[in-house]
Write a protein that binds this ligand. Structure first.
Ligand SMILES: Nc1nc2c(ncn2[C@@H]2O[C@H](COP(=O)(O)OP(=O)(O)OP(=O)(O)O)[C@@H](O)[C@H]2O)c(=O)[nH]1
Ligand SMILES: [Mg+2]
Length: 426
């Protein structure tokens, strides 16, 4: 049945994971006792994210971890979704915002306590396709424990897909350690993760302001969850192309290290919309600056609803000639799911693998260099046993990624690229 495990780590990971499960419940017509309220619809591939128990309840296949207990306590007290308390683990120490504590000391201790839950999921699942992880790159618990878990998962099984959904806070960081934490977890994500969908609190803030929504974490998390509901719709419902994590990875990642996607989604509730609108800033969940079409290596369009004609070549988002091509084939991919709630609008989702991520990383690179050259705050990490070498390796890896995204695209572009540069000047 192609099962997926949901893992939320740290404050933001838990909040986003919970919101995602709430929206999954709605999408599969489950009530807050986890029972199906509409038998004939929405239960086709319900086992992708749920395990059914003997009382016909569908319990989400999840794991939640934090080094502080408050968020886990809140999670267990809420009444919207039933979460198995045996899948929630916390300590009372906090990470002090340090990646090192999340990865090595207390974080590793907590990891040992939760491994039996993961192993049980592996054994119960007949055909596990992978895990979806939620965390923030800036938090100590989130980044450190995610790094530890990814490593564990990789050692256990190399064939399953690890899909990370990190929240970056570029431009609105709360302290300098967030920069180190981000670069350190990025090192792990470049090396051992298959798919990374990048979310960014600045872009989410912009979306909220633009739609007259309060700018708070609840609304940010709702938007993130809605876009992931869209991304996973083709895993959960039959459609034009039956999607899956492996399919997504294979279609969008021509080179294994270039696997950082920018998500967008737009709800279609007005006439005269165009699919190209989705490239506009107001629909982007991460603030990459990628205005040139030929900066895309690949992209996926996800359509949901019942009013779509199958869009063929004329409605392709980016002209074939403008996309980087291998052997003359354009690298786009489209999924279509017609199953939709009556009260939902039609939705277009987009995942783009673009050169914009390079520019996004460059500002972390600058901040990291300024701090690390002076060894600012490094003592705090060394104090808990982390080696400076790990910082140096992370920096090299980030620099390599930036250069791999950069010249790769430009050296491969064909003549149209020059035309675009000229057009941009006007
Ligand atoms: N989108 C979103 N961002 C959040 C949320 N909670 C915190 N953040 C952001 O995430 C970063 C801090 O990460 P947290 O998730 O609070 O940290 P943590 O993983 O619990 O790690 P600690 O440092 O140990 O608390 C900050 O940049 C916050 O702005 C949330 O619910 N949603
Ligand atoms: Mg925390």
């Amino acid at each position: 049945m192609q099962e997926i495990i949901i893992i939320g780590i740290g404050q933001s990971g838990i909040n986003i994971g919970l919101e995602f499960i709430k929206q999954l419940n709605y999408d599969h017509c489950l009530n807050n006792h986890q029972e199906i309220i509409n038998q004939d619809r929405y239960n086709k591939k319900i086992n992708v994210f749920y395990n059914e128990n003997s009382r016909q309840q569908f319990i989400p296949r999840c794991l939640f971890l934090d080094l502080e207990s408050s968020q886990i306590d809140k999670l267990l007290l809420q009444k919207d979704v039933i979460i198995d308390p045996n899948c929630c683990f916390s300590m009372n120490c906090g990470s002090g915002n340090l990646f090192a504590i999340g990865k090595y000391t207390e974080g590793a201790e907590l990891m040992d306590k939760c491994k039996h839950v993961l192993n049980r999921y592996f054994e119960q699942s007949g055909n596990l396709q992978g895990i979806m992880m939620f965390f923030s790159t800036g938090g100590g618990s989130g980044s450190g424990m995610a790094s530890n878990l990814i490593q564990y998962f990789r050692e256990k099984d190399l064939t399953k897909i690890v899909h990370c959904n990190p929240v970056f806070s570029q431009g609105v960081i709360h302290n300098y350690l967030e920069i180190y934490n981000t670069v350190l977890i990025l090192h792990q994500m470049i090396e051992t993760v298959d798919i990374v969908t990048v979310f960014d609190n600045v872009a989410l803030q912009y979306i909220c302001n633009n739609n007259n929504l309060d700018s708070n974490y609840d609304n940010y998390n709702k938007i993130i969850a809605e876009s992931l509901i869209q991304t996973t719709a083709s895993y959960r419902f039959p459609g034009f192309i039956n999607g899956g994590m492996k399919k997504l990875a294979l279609n969008l990642i021509p080179f294994p290290r270039l696997h950082f996607f920018q998500p967008s989604y737009m709800i279609i509730n007005q006439s005269g919309w165009s699919i190209t609108n989705i490239l506009n800033k107001q629909y982007k969940l991460c603030s990459f600056q990628d205005y040139l079409p030929n900066e895309y290596i690949s992209y996926q369009i996800q359509l949901r609803g019942n009013c779509f004609e199958m869009p063929e070549s004329q409605s392709l988002l980016i002209r074939k000639d403008d996309l980087y091509q291998f052997l003359g084939h354009d690298t786009h991919y489209r999924t279509h799911t017609s199953v939709q709630h009556i009260d939902h609008e039609n939705i277009v989702g987009f995942l783009g693998n673009s050169n914009g991520f390079k520019k996004y990383m460059q500002s972390y690179q600058e901040d990291f260099i300024k701090m690390f050259r002076k060894k600012a705050y490094v003592y705090a990490y060394e104090y808990v046993g982390m080696d400076q070498m790990e910082f140096t390796e992370a920096e090299y890896n980030m620099n390599d990624l930036i250069s791999e995204y950069g010249p790769f695209i430009h050296s491969c572009c064909h003549s149209e690229y020059d035309n675009y540069e000229e057009e941009e000047e006007y």
